[in-house]
Design a protein around this ligand. Structure first.
Ligand code: HEM
Length: 81
Protein backbone atom coordinates (compact mmCIF):
# COMPACT_ATOMS: atom_id res chain seq x y z
CA UNK A 1 0.00 0.00 0.00
CA UNK A 2 1.42 3.38 -0.93
CA UNK A 3 1.62 6.05 1.75
CA UNK A 4 -1.11 8.22 0.16
CA UNK A 5 -3.63 5.45 0.62
CA UNK A 6 -3.03 5.00 4.34
CA UNK A 7 -5.85 5.92 6.71
CA UNK A 8 -5.61 9.15 8.71
CA UNK A 9 -6.03 9.27 12.47
CA UNK A 10 -6.48 12.17 14.83
CA UNK A 11 -4.47 12.68 18.01
CA UNK A 12 -7.52 11.52 19.95
CA UNK A 13 -7.69 8.27 18.00
CA UNK A 14 -3.94 7.79 18.43
CA UNK A 15 -4.24 8.43 22.18
CA UNK A 16 -6.50 5.37 22.55
CA UNK A 17 -3.68 3.18 21.19
CA UNK A 18 -1.45 3.83 24.19
CA UNK A 19 -1.21 0.18 25.23
CA UNK A 20 -3.71 0.65 28.04
CA UNK A 21 -7.13 1.43 26.56
CA UNK A 22 -7.02 -0.90 23.55
CA UNK A 23 -4.95 -3.86 22.37
CA UNK A 24 -3.21 -1.80 19.66
CA UNK A 25 0.04 0.02 20.50
CA UNK A 26 0.85 2.86 18.12
CA UNK A 27 3.49 5.59 18.05
CA UNK A 28 3.60 8.62 15.74
CA UNK A 29 6.90 9.88 14.40
CA UNK A 30 7.25 12.65 11.78
CA UNK A 31 3.57 12.42 10.82
CA UNK A 32 3.54 8.67 10.36
CA UNK A 33 1.94 6.21 12.74
CA UNK A 34 3.81 2.98 13.48
CA UNK A 35 2.37 -0.19 14.97
CA UNK A 36 4.82 -1.22 17.71
CA UNK A 37 2.47 -3.82 19.14
CA UNK A 38 4.94 -6.64 18.43
CA UNK A 39 7.81 -5.00 20.26
CA UNK A 40 8.94 -6.37 23.60
CA UNK A 41 10.32 -2.89 24.27
CA UNK A 42 6.87 -1.24 24.07
CA UNK A 43 5.02 -3.68 26.30
CA UNK A 44 1.80 -2.15 27.66
CA UNK A 45 2.67 1.01 25.73
CA UNK A 46 5.61 2.01 27.88
CA UNK A 47 9.14 2.50 26.52
CA UNK A 48 11.56 3.70 29.18
CA UNK A 49 9.91 6.95 30.35
CA UNK A 50 7.91 7.34 27.14
CA UNK A 51 4.33 6.34 26.41
CA UNK A 52 2.80 5.17 23.12
CA UNK A 53 -0.39 6.78 21.83
CA UNK A 54 1.30 10.07 21.02
CA UNK A 55 3.55 11.88 18.61
CA UNK A 56 7.08 11.26 19.93
CA UNK A 57 8.96 13.14 17.21
CA UNK A 58 10.40 15.72 19.61
CA UNK A 59 11.30 13.08 22.20
CA UNK A 60 13.56 11.11 19.86
CA UNK A 61 16.41 13.47 20.73
CA UNK A 62 16.29 12.03 24.30
CA UNK A 63 16.84 8.52 22.96
CA UNK A 64 20.20 6.73 22.81
CA UNK A 65 19.29 5.64 19.26
CA UNK A 66 18.30 7.17 15.92
CA UNK A 67 15.07 6.92 13.93
CA UNK A 68 16.35 3.74 12.23
CA UNK A 69 14.66 1.88 15.12
CA UNK A 70 11.41 2.43 13.18
CA UNK A 71 12.67 0.65 10.05
CA UNK A 72 11.30 -2.74 10.99
CA UNK A 73 7.85 -1.44 11.88
CA UNK A 74 4.93 -0.91 9.54
CA UNK A 75 3.48 2.52 8.96
CA UNK A 76 -0.21 1.91 9.51
CA UNK A 77 -1.52 5.46 9.20
CA UNK A 78 -0.96 9.18 8.96
CA UNK A 79 -1.44 11.55 11.87
CA UNK A 80 -3.80 14.39 11.01
CA UNK A 81 -3.23 17.75 12.59
C1 HEM B 1 15.02 7.84 27.38
C2 HEM B 1 14.65 7.60 26.14
C3 HEM B 1 14.86 6.29 25.43
C4 HEM B 1 15.65 5.23 25.75
C5 HEM B 1 16.57 5.05 26.94
C6 HEM B 1 15.47 4.25 24.69
C7 HEM B 1 16.13 3.03 24.61
C8 HEM B 1 15.99 2.11 23.63
C9 HEM B 1 16.75 0.88 23.49
C10 HEM B 1 17.88 0.44 24.43
C11 HEM B 1 16.31 0.25 22.39
C12 HEM B 1 16.80 -1.09 21.81
C13 HEM B 1 18.16 -0.99 21.24
C14 HEM B 1 18.27 -0.10 20.05
O1 HEM B 1 17.56 -0.36 19.06
O2 HEM B 1 19.07 0.85 20.10
C15 HEM B 1 15.23 1.03 21.84
C16 HEM B 1 14.50 0.69 20.74
C17 HEM B 1 13.46 1.46 20.21
N1 HEM B 1 13.11 2.73 20.59
FE1 HEM B 1 13.85 3.74 22.17
N2 HEM B 1 14.57 4.73 23.78
C18 HEM B 1 14.18 5.98 24.19
C19 HEM B 1 13.30 6.81 23.54
C20 HEM B 1 12.58 6.51 22.43
C21 HEM B 1 11.62 7.39 21.78
C22 HEM B 1 11.28 8.80 22.21
C23 HEM B 1 11.10 6.69 20.73
C24 HEM B 1 10.10 7.15 19.71
C25 HEM B 1 10.22 8.32 19.06
C26 HEM B 1 11.73 5.38 20.71
C27 HEM B 1 11.46 4.37 19.83
C28 HEM B 1 12.05 3.14 19.81
C29 HEM B 1 11.69 2.07 18.90
C30 HEM B 1 10.57 2.09 17.87
C31 HEM B 1 12.57 1.02 19.16
C32 HEM B 1 12.60 -0.35 18.48
C33 HEM B 1 11.91 -1.35 19.36
C34 HEM B 1 12.12 -2.77 18.88
O3 HEM B 1 13.00 -3.01 18.06
O4 HEM B 1 11.38 -3.66 19.32
N3 HEM B 1 12.62 5.30 21.76
N4 HEM B 1 15.07 2.17 22.59
Amino acid sequence: MSIENLPSYTKTQLALRNGQDRDEIWVAYKGQIYDVGNSRLWKNGKHYEHWAGQDLTEELSDAPHTETVFDKFMVIGILTL
